[in-house]
Design a protein around this ligand. Structure first.
Ligand code: ADP
Ligand code: ZN
Length: 451
C-alpha cells in the first residue's frame, strides 16, 4: 500500500514521455549493495572515460539487467550510476511503452534512443522491461504490438556504434519471463540481482534515510532493523518519511502497516519455512566444508532470492580451467547436502531442494554422456541435439546403462551427504541456529561456528 503512494510521488517523470534528469544521486545514497556497486564501477568508468576503453580494446558494456523485487533500489542504483558518472539519465517504464501508446511502442523506443544519442554519454533506464520484453509468441492484438516494440528495442541495442557512449539499464522482477533474444551478447548480457536487504543492509538504509530527521530519544535504528526482516529499501524509507519528528510509536505503527501488507503478498517468510531453509542451507554449507574441492564458502543466507528460499555462495576461482571428476563428484554431494539436512534434522523433505536436484542430475548426466567419466561406458560423448538418433543407434541397452550410471552417481552422493550430516549434527544445529538469528553469515563467521 505504502509503496504505491511512493511511486505516485516519485520522480519517474512526466507521465507520457521519457524524462531526462541530471541525477544528483551518487553511490553514497545507496546503502548496502556493496558488491553490486562494485560491479557497477566499471560502467561508471566507461561513461566517464570511454576513450580509454576503446583504446585498450576492452569489451564495452551495453545493457545491464537489474533484477529484484519492487522497492529494492533498482531505480536508485541506476540513478546513482548516472550521478556518479555525471551523465544525464533518461528513463521510461516498459508499461508506458505498451499501455499508453497502442501502436506507438516501436516509435517511442526509436525516439528514446535518438534522444539518448544526441546527449550521449548518458544512461537509459527502462523500468519494468518485462512489459515489452516478455517472450515472443505468435499472437494478435497486444502481443503483436509487444513484438514490434521488442523488435525495435533489439534493433536499437544492436545498432549502437562505437561513438555512442550509452548504457542501457533495465529493471525487472521477472527475468525468467524475458525473451531470450534480449539476453544475447551485446544486449542485456549482464545481470545483477538486487536482493531484499539483510539485517546489516536494513540498518544502513535506515541510517541514510534517518539523516536530517528528528527522533525521539528512545528510537533505536538497530532494533527497527531487527524487526523488519522482509522489508525492502522502499518500505524502510517510507517508515521514516511518513513523519517529521519520529517516535517509537510512529515506527511501530508504520512497521505493522507494512508487515500486514507483506503478509498478504506472502513476502514475510513464515517461521516454519525459515527453519526449513536454515537447515537446508546449513546442510549445504556443512557438507561442503567437509569436501576438499567445495569448502571455499563465501556466504550462507536464508534471505529469499528469486525463487530460492536462501543460498550458499562459494568463492570462485577464475583462473581455473578444468574441472576434475573428484570435484564433480563432490559438487554432487554438496548439492544434495540441503536435502540430506532437511531429512535428517527435521525428518521431512521439501520442494526447496528441487533446483539442487535438477542441477545435480544435469551434472551427473554430463559426467557420463559428455565427459566420458564412466568406468563402464568409457570415454564416449552422446549428444542428441547434435544427432537425435545417436542413442537409438547405440542401442536400447546402452540407454539403460546410462540411466543406471547416473543413478549410481546420485545415490552415492546422497549417501555421502547424509553420513556427513549425521556425523556433524552439532555443527549443523549451530549453523542453522546462527542463520535463524542473523539471516546471513559470512565466511569468517561460518569458520568460527564450525571450529
Ligand atoms: P525499485 O526501482 O527497485 O522499485 P527504487 O529504486 O524505486 O526501487 O527504490 C525506492 C526508494 O527506496 C528509493 O528511492 C530509496 O528512497 C529507497 N531505497 C531502496 N533501496 C535503497 C538502498 N539500498 N539505500 C537507500 N535507499 C533505498
Ligand atoms: Zn539448496
Amino acid at each position: 500500500i505504502l509503496m504505491f503512494k511512493m511511486q505516485g510521488l516519485g520522480d519517474k517523470g512526466k507521465v507520457y514521455d521519457s524524462e531526462t534528469t541530471k541525477s544528483k544521486i551518487t553511490f553514497d545514497d545507496v546503502a548496502g549493495l556493496d558488491e553490486e556497486k562494485y560491479e557497477m564501477m566499471e560502467i561508471v568508468d566507461f561513461l566517464k572515460n570511454p576513450k580509454r576503453f576503446y583504446e585498450m580494446g576492452a569489451r564495452i558494456p551495453r545493457g545491464v539487467l537489474l533484477c529484484g523485487q519492487p522497492g529494492t533500489g533498482k531505480t536508485l542504483i541506476a540513478k546513482a550510476i548516472a550521478g556518479q558518472a555525471k551523465v544525464p539519465f533518461i528513463s521510461m517504464s516498459g508499461s508506458e511503452f505498451i499501455e499508453m501508446f497502442a501502436g506507438l511502442g516501436a516509435s517511442r523506443v526509436r525516439k528514446l534512443f535518438e534522444k539518448a544519442k544526441k546527449i550521449s554519454p548518458c544512461i537509459i533506464f527502462i523500468d519494468e522491461i518485462d512489459a515489452i520484453g516478455a517472450r515472443r509468441s505468435s499472437g494478435s492484438g497486444a502481443e503483436t504490438e509487444n513484438n514490434q516494440t521488442l523488435n525495435q528495442l533489439l534493433v536499437e541495442m544492436d545498432g549502437f556504434d562505437t561513438e555512442e557512449t550509452i548504457i542501457v539499464l533495465a529493471a525487472t522482477n521477472r527475468p525468467e519471463m524475458l525473451d531470450k533474444a534480449l539476453l544475447r551478447p551485446g544486449r542485456f548480457d549482464r545481470r545483477i540481482n538486487i536482493a531484499i536487504p539483510d539485517l546489516r543492509g536494513r540498518e544502513a538504509i535506515l541510517k541514510i534515510h534517518a539523516k536530517e530527521k528528528k527522533f525521539a530519544e528512545d528510537v533505536n535504528l538497530k532494533s527497527i532493523a531487527e524487526d523488519t526482516a522482509g522489508f525492502t529499501g522502499a518500505d524502510l524509507a517510507n517508515i521514516l518519511n511518513e513523519h517529521k519528528a519520529i517516535t517509537n510509536k510512529d515506527i511501530e505503527d508504520a512497521v505493522k502497516k507494512v508487515t500486514v501488507g507483506l503478509e498478504k503478498q506472502s513476502r514475510v517468510v513464515p517461521e516454519k519455512d525459515k527453519r526449513l531453509t536454515a537447515f537446508h542451507e546449513a546442510g549445504h554449507a556443512i557438507v561442503s566444508s567437509m569436501l576438499e574441492t567445495q569448502k571455499e564458502i563465501k556466504e550462507v543466507s536464508i534471505i529469499p532470492r528469486g525463487v530460492a528460499g536462501g543460498y550458499t555462495m562459494y568463492k570462485t576461482n577464475e583462473d581455473k580451467y578444468y574441472i576434475s571428476k573428484t570435484e564433480m563428484e563432490e559438487k554432487l554431494v554438496a548439492l544434495l547436502g540441503g536435502r540430506a539436512a532437511e531429512k535428517i534434522a527435521l525428518n521431512d523433505i521439501s520442494t526447496g531442494a528441487s533446483n539442487d536436484i535438477e542441477v545435480a542430475t544435469e551434472i551427473a548426466k554430463n559426467m557420463i554422456v559428455k565427459y566420458g567419466m564412466s568406468e563402464n561406458l568409457g570415454p564416449i560423448s552422446i549428444n542428441t541435439e547434435r544427432d537425435p538418433y545417436e542413442l537409438q543407434m547405440l542401442g536400447e541397452r546402452f540407454g539403460d546403462a546410462i540411466g543406471a550410471e547416473v543413478k549410481v552417481l546420485l545415490d552415492t552422493a546422497y549417501t555421502r551427504a547424509q553420513s556427513l550430516i549425521i556425523n556433524n549434527m552439532d555443527k549443523l544445529n549451530k549453523v542453522a541456529e546462527a542463520l535463524l538469528e542473523k539471516e546471513v553469515i559470512s565466511a569468517e563467521e561460518f569458520q568460527e561456528l564450525i571450529k
